[in-house]
Design a protein around this ligand. Structure first.
Ligand code: MN
Length: 227
């Protein structure tokens, strides 16, 4: 059976050194996964079960542009390691999680902080604050086999040449493997799933014209202009 109208193109990400794209299935994000960031958002970081939210697959864009979104006066940057899966399943053990990782990238979990704060106060969903158009600028992907040990990799973000965020992946409250395991108890994970693994402290507002430059050592870098 054909469609009433042409379905939108499947979101897909480029892969360094490959002539094929990574087709995106879902985008999962973890909240407050660095203690110092949890504190700056007014929370007491503990090892409570992690919590997750989603962005839309077509919120990802890898062309270096972030159009300032409507309906907000307080749009924040959150630099994050992006983990992408080449296979999935349910109830994945932490020790098996790494075998499902296809590769890594660097992403920005851009956030309409004012709308997110209003939603938090009202006990409403975060979607308008998190899952808006173009809200996930990202780098090209690097395949897992080309990345050395990254459990303690540095993660950083400069805005207009000034260091704003910096941390290391061993400061994560929940490790990459633990995040995959926890997500797989909530959802059936699939090849094509993307996980944004949390941001270190130092989040803050962006303005049109800002140049964001961030990275994860051993994975890659991202350069984004706010337009
Ligand atoms: Mn985030």
């Amino acid at each position: 059976m054909s469609y009433f109208f042409d379905p939108p193109a499947r979101p897909a990400l480029p892969i360094v050194g490959a002539d094929k794209l990574f087709p995106v299935h879902r985008v999962y994000c973890i909240g407050r996964n660095f203690a110092a960031h949890a504190r700056e958002m007014g929370h007491d970081p503990g090892r409570e079960p992690p919590f997750f939210f989603c962005k839309q697959p077509d919120n990802l864009r890898a062309d270096g542009l972030f159009p300032y979104p409507p309906a907000s006066q307080d749009v924040h940057h959150e630099i994050e390691l992006m983990v992408v899966l080449g296979s999935g399943g349910r109830d994945i053990a932490p020790a098996k999680a790494a075998s499902h990782i296809f590769g890594y990238g660097v992403a920005l979990d851009m956030t309409r902080r004012d709308l997110q704060s209003m939603a938090k106060k009202a006990g409403r969903p975060w979607d308008v604050g998190k899952a808006f158009d173009d809200s996930a600028p990202c780098s090209a992907l690097v395949r897992a086999g080309e990345v050395a040990e990254i459990s303690a990799a540095k993660i950083w973000l400069d805005v207009n040449g000034e260091r704003r965020q910096s941390g290391a992946l061993d400061q994560m409250i929940w490790s990459i493997d633990e995040q995959i395991a926890q997500l797989s108890q909530l959802f059936e994970l699939r090849a094509g799933d993307v996980i944004l693994t949390g941001t270190p402290a130092g989040v803050g507002p962006v303005a049109r014209g800002d140049k964001l430059h961030g990275g994860v050592s051993g994975v890659g870098e991202i350069e984004v202009v706010v337009t």
